[in-house]
Design a protein around this ligand. Sequence first.
Ligand code: CO8
Length: 258
Amino acid sequence: MAYKMIQVKTEGRVGVITLDRAEALNALCDTLTTELAEALAAFEANSDVGCVVLTGSKKAFAAGADIKELQSKDFVGLYTNDPFEKTWESVARFRKPIIAAVSGYALGGGCEIAMMCDFIIASETAKFGQPEINLGVMPGSGGTQRLPRAVGKAKAMDLCLTGRMMDAEEAERAGLVSRVVPVDDLMDVAMEAAESIAAKSLPIAMMTKEAINRSFEIGLTEGIRWERRVFQSQFTTEDQKEGMAAFAEKRAAHFKHK
Ligand code: CO8
């Protein structure tokens, strides 16, 4: 499919989506967000894709929702026809593993989309922030909920109330990003991680992701009980037999249910 504001490709079993609206630092306008949702739906349905990398340009992952589009919205319009809901849901509910590879600005909705991904690999130039307060609003797509879960209350309050940006080093220290790498290595590192994930058993990777995400929704005792049942159920899969046989036979595992 031809897209106007994103680029989409597959490399092996990895799907790559590149936000590509350079003139507006990948601001998340209606067209871009609709295309992003469509591309994710296609990757979800494509059994040859085992992991997705979502990235932007060197200068910007995404500088937030398109302020020029948002400016004229009113409450009833947003409430009755929220233009972002479909996109956010498509990222947050994406069932296969998805990595955000972030260089440059990840602000507002850009930071929120990165946080919806399973983990963030950042380049040394990445800058994260929730500057909505400078526009007279607060984060509206998970920033007040996912950011404190990722970095704790103090830093989330600091970022959301001052609107300041945090650099990659601070983001890694705070636990928002899993790794920081030189800008020119960002895609190589993200692709290597994605290829490694895509080579595993897809259903097991999906269950692992689901279990970790569930830890944010339910209490510890219930979470551990649920984890145990899912773990036990995995012994019905051919991939468990293959993975453990391969270890015992000192060879690489070849997972069938990719
Ligand atoms: N929206 C629209 N256009 C943008 C945006 C944006 N978020 N960010 C940058 N642009 C445009 C600029 O207007 C400019 O366009 P033009 O050349 O036509 O004037 C172009 O991109 C380049 O930007 P700058 O000249 O400003 O570039 P700088 O390098 O000087 O500055 C910054 C880069 C610091 C990133 C600056 O552009 C900036 O502050 N951008 C806005 C960041 C921001 O406030 N983001 C939060 C937006 S609100 C949001 O995300 C809410 C999400 C939840 C929505 C839920 C709705 C229900």
